[in-house]
Design a protein around this ligand. Structure first.
Ligand code: PHE
Length: 444
């Protein structure tokens, strides 16, 4: 089977696929609402620390496991450590992917809904965007239909060869999204009264700090980078032998963080500038919760000439970014069913979609259930998966194998010091930090 495994054709294709998985609603929808909730600049500071100290090393570790095993997430642990209990780490990853899809697809549905609202010009006519978003939230049927449509689209791309097409097109759609975000950020910063928003984002203040700050920021880092569940293991198994893991992980993380920060620079300055009630704006932002993106952004569009065009383009590109993430999530679950239970790819995909739709329906009907899936996956399951993956690569895997994967069989000149530091991080730093944050988050 391993010889037949499809490989990504070009190096750009690899970075594009991994970045496509990472960049999604996590950056543009979840990051701003978590930042609002977490008190602004301090949250971002801790978040960036998490990316550097365990995000990048863990992404590299997942690539190592995937390419060494040439198998799906669960199969990879089975193959590299036969007869041990490590296979549960893979299974946890598959379950996590499933749980994430159970609420993520609902937000993907909102994105599609907003895309059509923009296209039809309806969004342009709205005067109260909070009410407009709440109308959607209070209509489960509307949410469910969009969610099912998005799940169906994801399944379609998983099943048809067109998946290659989406990888190809995301190579040019992603930069376009980036450019659009950049333009919107400039527009937002130029609004009168935006500087308060920038201060909130970049000037640390202890005023709104919460005891769960570290857990929240760590969860966001895992979620945003798509690590801790084996997405990057699955993608690593498609990588060619000459791909430089460290470089790829750094590139993907940098891109991912830049998109998140840009989203912040769009949303906060405009939220502060356009608010009629500056005194309570931070409370409003926090209360806005998951709606932040869908409330503040349309307000910003309405300040711009040709708002229909901007809004339509934005929600279209956001849907594409979300799609490349849901494809990577569904791929993990589908390939697991396909390779471990010998179900056909078609059946695996249908079964996965069916399960996701059930979770999605419950999430659409019940905001507490939606929140529970979000919190359980981002703040517990992903970091737990990450903890075990770092222990697996740091302690269990043969060091020669790890160093061969990291240096591409010695063709990359990293030197001994680099490897030592890397193993040290995986053995001690990442596990200790993750555990400490867990304990502090639960007790604090
Ligand atoms: N990283 C994706 C995003 O930010 C979500 C995701 C999480 C995808 C975990 C795959 C695995 O939107």
């Amino acid at each position: 089977m391993s010889e037949k495994r499809v490989k990504f054709a070009t190096k750009l294709g690899i970075v594009a696929a991994a970045a496509g998985s990472a960049v999604g609603l996590g950056n543009i929808w979840r990051f701003p609402s978590q930042t609002a909730d977490g008190g602004g600049a301090i949250f971002i500071f801790v978040y960036v620390g998490c990316i550097l100290f365990f995000g990048i090393p863990l992404m590299v570790s997942e690539f190592v496991v995937g390419r060494a095993a040439q198998a799906n997430t669960a199969g990879a642990f089975h193959k590299l450590s036969p007869g041990t209990q490590w296979k549960w780490v893979g299974r946890l990853g598959v379950l996590t992917g499933f749980v994430i899809m159970g609420f993520y697809m609902v937000v993907c549905g909102w994105t599609l809904d907003y895309f059509f609202q923009s296209l039809s010009g309806n969004l342009h006519r709205v005067s109260d965007f909070t009410t407009n978003f709440n109308t959607l939230l209070s209509n489960p049927l509307r949410q469910i239909l969009w969610m099912i449509l998005f799940t169906g689209m994801t399944a379609f791309f998983i099943l048809s060869g067109v998946k290659k097409g989406i990888e190809q097109s995301s190579k040019f759609l992603m930069p376009l999204l980036f450019l659009l975000l950049f333009i919107l950020a400039i527009r937002s910063v130029l609004l009168e009264g935006s500087s308060q928003g920038l201060n909130f984002l970049f000037k640390p203040s202890m005023e709104h700090v919460k005891p769960t700050l570290f857990l929240d920021a760590m969860g966001q880092a895992f979620f945003s980078l798509s690590i801790g569940m084996g997405c990057m293991i699955t993608y690593g198994s498609y990588f060619n032998s000459d791909i430089n893991f460290t470089k790829t992980a750094v590139q993907v993380s940098l891109l991912d963080s830049m998109v998140a920060i840009l989203a912040g620079v769009i949303i906060f300055p405009s939220a502060f500038a356009l608010s009629t009630n500056a005194g309570t704006i931070v409370d409003e932002l926090v209360a806005g919760g998951p709606g932040l993106l869908f409330i503040t952004l349309p307000e910003l569009f309405n300040q711009m000439p040709l708002s229909i065009v901007w809004a339509t383009l934005f929600f279209c590109l956001l849907s594409v970014a979300a799609l490349t993430s849901t494809i990577s999530l569904m791929e993990v679950v589908t390939v697991y069913l396909n390779e471990e239970y010998r179900l056909s790819r078609r059946r695996s995909t249908l079964l996965t979609s069916f399960g996701v739709i059930i979770l999605g329906v419950i999430s659409s009907l019940s905001p507490p259930f939606f929140n529970m899936l979000d919190v359980a996956s981002a703040k517990f399951m992903l970091p737990l998966g990450g903890l075990f993956i770092s222990l697996f690569v740091g302690w269990y895997l043969d060091r020669k194998l790890v160093s061969a994967q990291l240096t591409n069989e010695g063709t990359l000149n990293y030197g001994v010091a680099f490897l030592k530091v890397y193993i040290f991080v995986l053995r001690y730093v990442a596990p200790a930090a993750i555990l400490a944050i867990f304990i502090y988050g639960l007790v604090g």
